[in-house]
Design a protein around this ligand. Structure first.
Ligand SMILES: C[S@@+](CC[C@H](N)C(=O)[O-])C[C@H]1O[C@@H](n2cnc3c(N)ncnc32)[C@H](O)[C@@H]1O
Length: 431
């Protein structure tokens, strides 16, 4: 770092590690809340808010309703990048290759238009489950497929995506302030291993990028070998050009250039956030985005508790919401990739009864006809702990519980008490 900065700036950089870690959240544009509206907005993301003091989110019902996602502010730059590269058209098929726990993929999902399909992938199985949970909580899983695959398993998907995000596993130098493990695990040998791994990841995934498509590569480290040097290698090896961005100077983002390759550094002494590197490449050659034949519209099913829609289907006893665009992509990839989740899981039929799934509660549109009960904070927390929120109801049946008019989850009122349908692993005591 000393070789990157002047002596004075190095001191500022070092001092930043003694300062308070700025905490930030990204509001979900599909769920309107007043809380946090007075807080300062992050310059590069209108939905990003900087918190004045650290908070416990797990005991905030709004967090459970998916009204916001706790995300490090530097990462939110992807919104600005996306808007600068997609000025006319938006991507049809996007991939977030290293997606868990989901900060950048939930952000990307909120930027895509409704007919785009996003594949959010995570190679590590338990992390793929966390990714799924976070997407369901934010309620934006309409055109999303979650997969759990190693990058090399994507190689059959030639020119399949017109936008790819690779938020690579890295040596984590930009996280030292926040993450002790990153600091303890750091070694020169590990930096070298990370650089080699990122090289393999890019080599595996770049053939899946279509001509004229973009790949946004990011790390949370300052090591040039994992950053601009690697992007430089990729541009030469795969006929890509590097994209230069226009960020206002007062944002504090630092541009580096290496042989015509541009990269952007977020340093903790210059931005209110943690360390990050990002660089975007555009593919110059190839045949263009692979055309997929439209899949036949599957048979839809009518469930009295749900709105009528041709997107409601039955699959292996589960009732799902599946658009035609999603089905087309799912059919094509299903033999090549391990699909963990796709579309929206609405619930299941048990005999004549429809039992709603959690995703139906968190989805931003009302796709069901269950009556709603608005809770105060105390009863919302009771419900979120898995207890009976003690509702004052007369008619037996399934109810959607809301907090500030946002869906939290379902209960079944059986007369003297209610059965709580909030998923066990999501309940507050389990965190
Ligand atoms: C920096 S994190 C991603 C953070 C995520 N993009 C977000 O915004 O929440 C990198 C991810 O890459 C995954 N990973 C680890 N080794 C990998 C590999 N060889 N190929 C692809 N992904 C890998 C990790 O499990 C981790 O979830």
């Amino acid at each position: 770092m000393k070789s990157k900065f002047s002596e004075g700036e190095f001191q500022d950089f070092q001092n930043a590690y003694e300062s308070k870690i700025p905490q930030s959240i990204r509001l979900n544009p599909k769920k309107n809340i007043q809380k946090f509206s007075e807080l300062p907005t992050i310059p590069w993301n209108e939905n990003g808010k900087l918190l004045s003091e650290n908070q416990m989110f797990i005991t905030d019902p709004l967090w459970h309703s998916g009204a916001y996602y706790v995300q490090e502010s530097s990462s939110m730059i992807l919104r600005e990048i996306f808007h600068q590269i997609f000025t006319e058209s938006k991507p049809k098929r996007a991939l977030d290759l290293c997606a868990a726990p989901g900060g950048k993929s939930t952000l990307l999902q909120s930027l895509l238009y409704e007919n785009s399909v996003l594949i959010a992938n995570e190679v590590i199985k338990p992390r793929a489950q966390i990714l799924k949970e976070n997407h369901i909580r934010l309620g934006i899983s309409e055109n999303l497929i979650i997969t759990q695959n190693d990058p090399k398993q994507f190689t059959e998907l030639d020119e399949f995506f017109d936008y790819i995000q690779v938020d690579a596993p890295c040596s984590g130098e930009g996280m030292f302030r926040k993450d002790d493990i990153a600091m303890r695990e750091w070694s020169e040998a590990n930096c070298q291993l990370c650089a080699e791994r990122s090289k393999r990841i890019l080599a595996d995934i770049l053939p899946t990028l279509a001509k004229d498509g973009y790949l946004a590569y990011s790390t949370c480290t300052f090591n040039p070998k994992e950053n601009e040097e690697l992007v430089n290698w990729a541009c030469e090896e795969f006929d890509l050009s590097s994209i230069q961005f226009d960020f206002p100077e007062n944002w504090g983002i630092e541009e580096v250039e290496l042989n015509g390759v541009f990269g952007y550094y977020f340093y903790p002494h210059k931005v209110q956030g943690e360390g990050l590197f990002v660089s975007v490449m555009k593919k110059n050659s190839g045949f263009g985005l692979l055309n997929l034949p439209d899949s036949k519209k599957g048979k839809s099913i009518q469930i009295p508790d749900l709105v009528e829609s041709e997107n409601i289907k039955e699959e292996n006893g589960m009732i799902i919401w599946e658009t035609n665009e999603l089905k087309t992509v799912k059919n094509y990839i299903s033999k090549k990739l391990n699909i963990v989740y796709s579309g929206i899981d609405l619930g299941e039929l048990k005999g004549k009864d429809f039992i709603p799934a959690q995703a139906l509660a968190n989805f931003h549109q009302k796709l069901h006809h269950f009556p709603e009960v608005e809770l105060d904070e105390k009863s919302a927390l009771e419900f979120l702990r898995g207890n009976d929120p003690d509702l004052d109801l007369e008619k037996k049946g399934i109810y959607l519980l809301t907090y500030e008019n946002l869906g939290l989850g379902f209960v079944k009122f059986i007369g003297n008490r209610s059965n709580n349908y909030y998923p066990k692993p999501w309940r507050i005591k389990n965190y």
